[in-house]
Design a protein around this ligand. Structure first.
Ligand SMILES: [Zn+2]
Length: 216
């Protein structure tokens, strides 16, 4: 494999990146299932939460070998649907625990609550805190076991996030493109520089994490 083919993308909405990636598959998208994908209802859509439909879809997907994670799910205080979001989050945490799959967490200004509900409903389930960019809560996130931190392209020009990346142990770290337009390799290069390791060494470390979490 070339260096580029070895890169792992922990969370993306791009179906055709050509990378080894956990692609976000969305209901109604009309897209085929990618080789590796996650499925879950985003907190933005908590209002249209249909318990039976989600359950049904998950049991259909369970035998698909590409189904590697439940997500992105979580809490986002930019939407005024706190109660619905929490119900949906709890429901999907419990589904993930039943399926024994990790959770890709979407968390905006809600870390304490995301953590509390996870601890209560699915403490054994691995969380991947995706699109992490909040230096002020890093210590609290790192103090919580069983959570990995996934960083996107904003690390390239966010000095506070660069400082955070310095402090995140490599065995708790993942990288992602999410909806971004930048190349994944540029995020890898930026993080390799911050951590003073070669691109190859960083790729190998993060591939070990991916293997542990997603069994890829
Ligand atoms: Zn996303």
């Amino acid at each position: 494999m070339t260096d580029l083919e070895m890169l792992f993308d922990a969370h993306t909405h791009h179906f055709d990146s050509g990378m080894r990636a956990i692609v976000q598959w969305t209901e109604g998208s009309g897209r085929d299932f990618p080789p590796l994908f996650s499925f879950g209802i985003h907190p933005e859509n908590a209002r249209s939460f249909d318990r039976e439909a989600i359950k049904q879809r998950c049991s259909e997907l369970a035998p698909n070998p590409g189904f590697r994670a439940v997500g992105e799910i979580g809490l986002d205080n930019r939407y005024a649907t706190t109660k619905e979001q929490e119900e949906l989050y709890i429901f999907q945490l419990e589904l993930a625990a039943g399926l024994q799959k990790p959770v890709i967490l979407h968390c905006v200004n809600s870390w304490d609550r995301c953590r509390f509900l996870h601890e209560k409903h699915a403490p054994e389930t691995t969380l991947i805190y995706h699109g992490f960019n909040k230096a002020s809560i890093l210590e609290s996130v790192l103090n919580y076991p069983n959570v990995f931190i996934s960083i996107g392209e904003s690390v390239k020009n966010n000095p506070k996030l660069q400082k955070s990346v310095e402090a995140i142990p490599s065995d708790r770290l993942l990288l992602e493109t999410d909806m971004g337009s930048g190349a994944l390799i540029d995020t890898y290069r930026a993080v390799a520089e911050i951590k003073s390791v070669s691109l190859r060494a960083l790729t190998e470390l993060l591939n070990q994490n991916a293997k542990r979490i997603f069994k890829v």
